[in-house]
Design a protein around this ligand. Structure first.
Ligand SMILES: Cc1cc2nc3c(=O)[nH]c(=O)nc-3n(C[C@H](O)[C@H](O)[C@H](O)COP(=O)(O)OP(=O)(O)OC[C@H]3O[C@@H](n4cnc5c(N)ncnc54)[C@H](O)[C@@H]3O)c2cc1C
Length: 457
């Protein structure tokens, strides 16, 4: 059993691990050093730190419990305040943040009564030195030893795309971090053209929020394929049966061409394709393990965008608002690639490569450009201080696709010469290893397994 554990990160993944660790009986007292990061709201992180009730969970309330063992956790919490809430609702992420905070406070209180020693250190960790027998964590002038450390730092700060002039970045008209930007937006009726680069769920949230706060803004959303994410059905169907033939067949034939054929055939025989996607999702980390490097590369090249579009779906009310924007001419979707951005007479001038898009010109003017190109988990291209320290010293290495840390499916992290026995990661940093690993349903499974492992004799 590990008696001294360091948890690095103050978001939902760290909150889930600490709750799993402290919410179960332990034969010994634990010392947990919880480094929650500088600034930020405890347990909420980027996703659940939003103050806007327009930002909704993209998972139904009934599936958002923090604990695998208490599946109604979040729903019960929400219904205590409003009994009309249903398990199928898509609730505000702010409310989920309230739930996370309440759960964490409860387990911390319980841990105090049980005599555990929990240190909350509200700063960024500067360095970690994993060793064969434990881990040393450095923060400021202090260093503390632990038997094990869990890296729960979420994804890395977004980086500007290539081709953006320094003057553009300094102008404040090109937004690299949409969440920081949205936190400070105030109502304004100035007419303006906003280009949103990328068309995932973050783009949807950005347009929803700005569309409400800036009634005269019009949006041009651009991506390689020109599609917004699919929408959830108004009423859900049950996911495909777990023991279904599809998973067996996919496990037996781990190549993309066969997988695509199998999925297509199953979808053709079903009344709602969403049930296939939702049924596949919990199996993906296991299925991902069966793929060779070449097949994973094939997935990244040909299948990834389509999977993300059907897997990360918009709540129906979000889809309906964006649909209205489109019908009213406030939103135009384009297929193209933004190559460069310059400043020209106070506006942003975008150089575009249109992809078979008759409407999209080769250059475009905008008042504001917002980059929403998905999570950054590439440790080779980041100025995140701790990751730089770990990588420079060879304590961690990048996974071959630049999607996070090279790690085992159980979260143990590789260094340049092998595997650390007591240094683990959870959440987004495991994307290359597990593929599906960024959302609460996956994170809570990982947290449970980690807690069980750390507490095992
Ligand atoms: C906008 C958005 C909406 C989402 N919506 C949903 C949803 O509806 N449903 C769902 O299941 N999932 C959703 N997700 C997925 C989401 O990523 C996870 O649910 C979860 O929030 C991830 O939490 P995390 O703790 O891994 O990362 P984060 O929340 O990013 O937290 C990372 C933490 O690490 C800290 N940190 C970073 N560096 C250091 C350091 N050096 N030292 C100490 N601390 C450090 C940061 O300060 C932060 O506290 C959403 C994600 C986003 C971005």
């Amino acid at each position: 059993m590990y008696r001294r554990v360091a948890i690095i990160g103050g978001g939902a993944a760290a909150a889930t691990v600490i709750s799993e660790l402290l919410d179960r009986p332990s034969a010994h007292t634990l010392r947990v050093d919880w480094y929650t990061g500088t600034g930020g709201k405890l347990a909420r992180g980027v996703a659940y730190g939003t103050a806007s009730d327009r930002h909704l969970l993209n998972v139904r309330a009934a599936s958002m419990s923090l604990f695998t063992g208490k599946p109604r956790g979040f729903l019960d919490f929400a219904q205590r305040n409003d009994s009309s809430i249903k398990g199928t609702d898509f609730l505000p992420r702010r409310m989920y943040g309230d739930y996370l905070e309440a759960e964490v406070m409860r387990v911390l209180e319980q841990a105090k009564v049980a005599g555990h020693d929990i240190q909350i250190i509200p700063f960024d960790v500067d360095g970690i030195v994993p060793e064969p027998t434990g881990v040393t964590v450095m923060q400021g002038d202090e260093s503390r030893h632990a038997d094990a450390a869990i890296l729960a730092i979420g994804s890395l700060p977004p980086q500007p795309l290539s081709g953006i002039d320094d003057a553009v970045l300094a102008s404040g008209k090109y937004i690299v971090d949409p969440w920081k930007f949205l936190a400070d937006v105030v109502p304004d009726d100035t007419p303006r053209t906003v280009v949103v680069v990328g068309m995932g769920l973050t783009a949807a949230d950005v347009m929803l929020e700005l569309g409400a706060q800036w009634p005269n803004a019009r949006f041009i959303a651009m991506s390689r394929h020109g599609h917004l994410p699919e929408a959830h059905a108004a009423s859900p169907s049950a996911p495909l049966d777990d023991g279904g033939e599809l998973f067996e067949s996919m496990r037996d034939a781990p190549d993309m061409r066969t997988w695509m054929r199998l999925v297509r055939e199953t979808v053709e025989g079903s009344s709602d394709w969403r049930t296939i996607v939702d049924g596949l999702r919990p199996h993906l980390p296991d299925l991902w393990q069966t793929l060779s490097h070449t097949e994973r590369a094939r997935f990244m090249r040909h299948v990834r965008w389509a999977w993300e579009r059907v897997r990360h779906r918009m709540p129906p009310q979000v889809a309906s608002t964006l649909d209205t924007f489109e019908r009213e001419g406030r939103l135009r979707r384009c297929k193209g690639h933004m190559q460069a951005v310059h400043l020209a007479q106070g506006k942003l001038q975008l150089d575009i490569v249109p992809y078979h898009d008759p409407i999209l010109a080769e250059s475009l003017q905008a008042d504001l450009v917002i980059q929403t190109v998905g999570l950054n988990t590439d440790i080779r291209r980041t100025d995140h201080g701790l990751i730089r320290q770990l990588e420079t010293n060879g304590h961690v290495i990048a996974d071959p696709f630049g999607m996070g840390l090279h790690a085992e499916p159980d979260g143990r992290v590789y260094h340049k010469d092998g595997l650390w026995p007591h240094f683990f990661a959870i959440g987004s940093m495991l994307r290359g290893t597990l593929w599906e690993t960024t959302a609460i349903p996956e994170i809570r499974q990982q947290a449970r397994s980690l807690a069980e492992r750390l507490l095992a004799e």
